[in-house]
Design a protein around this ligand. Structure first.
Ligand code: CA
Length: 621
């Protein structure tokens, strides 16, 4: 006991000597106040504010405030005296302004001015996203370096080393902003950026999934203000913005990890314990407790501590953080990482809180499970036998992603080749709304599609055709349009720099005139397909009717009112002349068709020639 007291005395002495100021147990300012400001006019009136000072004892402070329409509901002290939480009621009558919060400890008092702003009343500010969109996924560090000044900054563990595959390469928000016209011209209507929030980690900080400040854009990407500028510019270009978020884990360099408010904000184990990564377990009626605990509480990675969303203060912190970004930045949607890994009841509350406040807002959860039933479990409206309701409108459709290359690479058969696509869609009855699924052929974690189909341009175009004409919200990964390849056995291989994004690059493929003949063909194909799709409600929401594939030829229709699109996929290495007798229930009354890619008119529908390894997309008249 004595030795402990002695150590504390020495610590105080050192503090006094080193800081040159009198050591104080009470605060006169804070290192962190989060959220830094809030809004009046929110439907949910409760506001929780975190106050933090790294060496002050906040447990001794009495707190008071007097502001019309705002009530202090609760002051909460936690294990760590460096923290203080306040719960406020910001009623409907409260007006925007500065709330003077008085802190008193003994005879010392000071005032913290907390700002309440007006919630935006701009109509249709938050747009959400749906099957009328095509989402373009960008890894910001690897797309374009628009500002070399932010490449290496003081206070950050990592600077820019473009030669290192796992290092930061210097891409940033300015780089994306500079190329919005290029992206828009492809026919894209929404951007999904891998996380842009601060990742001040000692290694592999470029991907963004180890967040160290949930309220701040990584300065190496730009500032919060630059993020706002990018979003506004995207909106002006007719493109929505989807923010990538993570609730399952944070970076081990996060200040909330280094000086945690309460020990149970993070799941701790005697030694490093990883998740078992079994997303399907959550809906497994026979799961064991041991497996369940590992799945949800185990760490995703050694540098990514697992967040305990069951802690009510942290839960509220996380929900408010998402609301803050929506209101602050006007983002249209969130793509939530590792959806089955956090406390699922928390995730359901999170999704409900966001969509209650912003009914238009779009939410998609990353559910990386190769099973329709186990994926459908997570979609809003699923009739789950355990009663679970996720409130999550969209799920990632990995089953779709896995089916397409197999369908294109295999020979046709009873259950192989293009029958896999028929089979895929035939399972859609399990989804409450399959048309809200995020569909894709690859992403930042997966082998690029062009490589998956053996760098075969014909198969590539077939896959894209299916993606853009089947149900769902299609996503394409940056560089797909120029046939970027790469094997996901090493992540940086699928996260290469976009050519032309860096000054001095050997080629500039942001210039649509540049590229190999295959690259030009792929980009022209995608540009034509996406721009056509943009204005086709029949593709966005038309009814699907499909026919059992025969001789590895798969035919499906989309119909809406008088509009009809027929897609014929020929998976064979030779031309097929399709007898259309089987399809009369739909073709009746239709006399001709137009190929949407070539604009060629097909004057008779009795027999349609389909070239080898081709998907014909036909508008019927
Ligand atoms: Ca930069």
């Amino acid at each position: 006991m004595r030795s402990i007291t002695a150590k504390i005395s020495i610590l105080v002495l050192i503090t006094v000597l080193s800081s040159g100021v009198c050591f104080s147990q009470t605060a006169t300012t804070f290192d962190r106040v989060e959220p830094a400001f809030w809004w009046v006019g929110m439907k949910n009136h409760e506001l929780q504010i975190l106050f933090y000072h790294h060496n002050a004892d906040l447990s001794k402070h009495e707190v008071s405030l007097s502001y019309p329409g705002v009530t202090l509901l609760q002051k909460i002290n936690v294990e760590n005296p460096h923290y203080l939480f306040l719960k406020l009621d910001v009623s409907a009558s409260a007006k925007a302004g500065t709330v003077a919060i008085q802190f008193k400890a003994g005879k010392k008092t000071f005032t913290y001015n907390y700002e309440l702003k007006n919630k935006s009343t701009a109509p249709n500010r938050i747009q959400g996203f749906n099957s009328s969109d095509v989402v373009y996924l960008i890894m910001p560090d690897r797309f374009a370096n628009g500002d070399a000044k932010n490449d290496t900054l003081p206070g950050f563990f990592q600077g820019t080393h473009r030669e290192k595959p796992f290092g930061r390469h210097g891409g940033d928000l300015k780089g994306i902003s500079d190329h919005l016209d290029y992206i828009k011209n492809l026919g894209v209507t929404a951007l999904w950026l891998n996380p842009v929030l601060e990742n001040n980690q000692k290694r592999e900080s470029y991907h963004g999934y180890a967040i160290t400040d949930l309220y701040k854009v990584d300065a190496r990407f730009g500032s919060n203000e630059e993020y706002l500028t990018l979003i506004n510019k995207s909106h002006q270009s007719g493109m929505k913005v989807i923010q990538d978020m993570v609730m399952n884990h944070i970076g081990n360099e996060h200040w909330l990890v280094k000086d945690a408010p309460e020990k149970d904000w993070i799941h701790h184990f005697p030694t490093y314990t990883s998740s078992n990564y079994r997303g399907g377990l959550i809906s497994d009626p026979y799961r064991s407790k041991a497996d369940s605990v590992l799945m949800v509480n185990g760490w995703f990675d050694t540098t990514m501590p697992d967040v305990n969303q069951s802690n009510p203060l942290f839960a509220q912190y996380l929900i408010q953080n998402s609301l803050w970004w929506i209101e602050y930045a006007g983002i249209d949607g969130i793509r939530m990482d590792t959806y089955p890994y956090p406390d699922k009841y928390f995730m359901a509350r999170w999704a409900k809180a966001l969509t209650d406040e912003y009914p238009q807002f779009g939410l998609v959860g990353e559910v990386w499970i190769p099973s329709v039933a186990q994926t459908a479990y997570w979609q809003k409206g699923a009739k789950n036998t355990d009663g679970y309701e996720s409130n999550l409108p969209s799920v990632t459709d990995f089953t779709f992603c896995f089916a397409v290359p197999r369908a294109l690479n295999e020979n046709g058969g009873w259950d192989t080749g293009l029958t896999r696509l028929y089979d895929l869609l035939s399972h859609d009855f399990q989804y409450p709304n399959a048309n809200n699924n995020l569909t894709f052929l690859d992403n930042h974690d997966m082998t690029r599609f062009f490589l998956t189909v053996g760098k075969d341009l014909a198969k590539f175009k077939m896959g894209l055709s299916f993606l853009m004409t089947a149900r769902g919200i299609p996503e394409i990964y940056y560089g797909t349009e120029i046939l970027m390849d790469g094997d996901a056995s090493s992540h940086p291989q699928v996260r290469r720099d976009y050519p032309g994004g860096w000054p001095g690059d050997a080629s500039d493929l942001f210039n649509p005139k540049n590229g190999t003949p295959d690259q030009l063909e792929a980009r022209a194909f995608i540009t034509k397909l996406l721009n056509w799709r943009k204005s086709k409600p029949v593709i966005h929401s038309g009814k699907i009717t499909h026919f059992i594939p025969k001789d590895n030829v798969y035919v499906y229709f989309r119909t809406l009112g008088n509009e009809m699109v027929m897609v014929i996929m020929n998976g064979n290495a030779n031309e097929n002349v399709l007898n259309t007798q089987r399809f009369q229930e739909l073709l009746k009354g239709k006399v001709r068709a137009k190929n949407v890619i070539t604009d060629e008119v097909i004057p008779s529908l009795d027999a349609i020639k389909v070239p080898a390894r081709t998907a014909l997309i036909l508008e019927l008249e």
